[in-house]
Design a protein around this ligand. Structure first.
Ligand code: FMN
Ligand code: SF4
Ligand code: SF4
Length: 437
């Protein structure tokens, strides 16, 4: 039976599923119900200094939906907690007392002055909380006041504030990164240099989610105007996975603990982040959409997956995908695959043909002897995988690797069993002549 217990920076939790700092973790009433539902930990909604911030009193969310109206991405213009600091601190202490076996990390954001950070860190430490997360990610509202992503976009500030917090506290310090930056490795390195015990990512992606074509204003609209917000949910998962992988395989930050965030809603999402090196995962949008109980499926699903694979603990497969993330130039250019259509599953909708015909390589038939028939022409197929992605029937089209030694009818050449990449390719004017991995 899989053991899901997690020990992240010495912070123990019965499972790696934590709630991210957001509305579901804004008060004792919510956090205690989340713990009762089975969540292993929470990061409390970001605390700031008094007087409290003021949120808009109109719509603060926008969204994108799939064709079935399922939420694809969520956009928000909410600020940090708008409840008094004293109330939050009192509730945090009570929750920690009531649930000593759960992880309780407190997210913080105050002006970029040492005395401000030192003061709030000490007050949080007095609550008995397990750790702090520095919110250098919020892209709206707070960033205009020199906080959130305004700090997260300047590696020197990240390093400086992290160092202040490490000096002021015995608690583990997690630095939460903004994705609104060109190269995530720089802020991660800065956090590492400043002494961070871990990084967490991603916070939300700057976004305008839609424009109201009657009022000609961004959505959500407040009295005729809108501003950019932060995008999250399933749509941002690929961005988050890539950024996590970049940090996990960067020589300067390799081994730095990571808490993965961004579009996680199922055990499978969580397992992918763990495979890329994350010790815990954090969830926001999925809980805002479906409620606290989704953690039950996440626990069952992850346990079952681990049992099936023979993994006893999270550490048994944590980071296993990292060595397989590489740069494009190291991909094997001798590998050849062809699409194959399962005629028993094909419903003859024609989508693969249209996609291949108009985008790709005219490699799928639509009429054979005057009859609707969809079949791959190996002599044209470049193995691009587009048809697999547009086919509405799961598993109907598969990509089949060609065996070394067989002739690829497209090129007329035998498939080689030798690994060869762009660094050594004769078409590469800067080829070095020796294949590197
Ligand atoms: C309404 C809302 C409020 C949020 N508030 C905070 C916050 O106060 N502090 C913070 O660090 N992140 C905040 N976030 C970002 C989330 O913690 C998380 O990083 C982001 O939503 C990505 O995760 P998800 O795709 O699971 O939602 C907020 C997100 C939402 C949707
Ligand atoms: S893999 Fe690409 S080229 Fe081959 S049939 Fe599918 S869409 Fe066409
Ligand atoms: S998209 Fe899939 S189901 Fe539709 S014709 Fe092509 S193979 Fe058949």
């Amino acid at each position: 039976m899989a053991d899901l217990r997690s020990n992240f920076l010495g912070i123990k939790s019965p499972n790696p599923f934590w709630l991210a700092s957001a509305p579901p973790t804004d008060k004792q009433y919510n956090v205690e119900r989340a713990f009762k539902a089975g969540w292993g930990g929470v990061v409390w909604k970001t605390l700031g200094e008094d007087p409290e911030v003021v949120n808009v009193s109109g719509p603060r969310y926008g969204a994108t939906h799939g064709g079935d109206r399922r939420l694809a991405g969520l956009n928000n213009i909410e600020l940090i907690t708008d409840r008094p600091l004293e109330v939050n601190l009192r509730e945090i202490a009570e929750v920690k007392k009531n649930f000593p076996d759960r992880a309780l990390v407190v997210s913080l954001m105050v002006p970029c002055e040492e005395k401000n950070w030192t003061s709030i860190v000490k007050r949080v430490e007095a609550t008995g909380a397990d750790g702090i997360e520095l919110n250098f990610g919020c892209p709206h509202g707070m960033s205009e006041r020199g906080m959130g992503s305004a700090v997260g976009q300047v590696p020197e500030y990240i390093e400086m504030v992290t160092r202040w917090c490490k000096a002021a506290s015995r608690m583990p310090v997690i630095v939460k990164l903004t994705p609104n930056i060109t190269d995530i490795r720089y802020p991660a390195r800065a956090a590492h240099k400043g002494g961070a015990d871990a990084v967490s990512l991603i916070n939300t992606v700057s976004s305008i989610v839609s424009v109201d074509l009657d009022n000609f204003a961004p959505v959500p609209t407040i009295d005729g105007k809108g501003s950019h917000g932060g995008y999250c949910g399933p749509a941002v998962k690929p961005i988050a996975l890539n950024m996590v992988a970049e940090i996990a395989r960067d020589l300067e930050t390799a081994g730095l603990p990571i808490s993965g965030i961004g579009g996680i809603g199922t055990w499978r999402d969580a397992a992918e982040f763990i495979a890329l090196g994350c010790g815990t995962v954090q969830v926001c949008t999925a809980v805002m959409t479906y409620g606290f109980k989704i953690v039950e499926e996440m626990i069952d699903g992850l346990s079952h997956y681990m049992d099936t694979k023979g993994f006893r603990t999270i550490d048994d497969f944590r980071g296993m995908a990292v060595p397989n993330v590489t740069d494009w130039r190291y991909l094997n250019l001798n590998y050849v695959a062809k699409a194959k259509i399962d005629q028993d599953l094909c419903i003859k909708c024609g989508r693969c043909h249209i996609a291949c015909e108009d985008t790709s390589h005219q490699a799928i038939t639509h009429l054979v002897n005057g009859v609707r028939h969809f079949e791959v022409k190996d002599e044209e197929c470049v193995g691009c995988n587009l048809c697999v992605n547009v086919c509405p029937v799961d598993g109907c089209i598969t990509m089949e690797p060609m065996k070394p030694g067989t002739i690829d009818p497209r090129t007329g050449r035998a498939v080689s069993d030798k690994y060869a990449n762009w660094t050594t390719h004769p078409n590469n004017p800067t080829a070095v002549g020796v294949a590197a991995e």
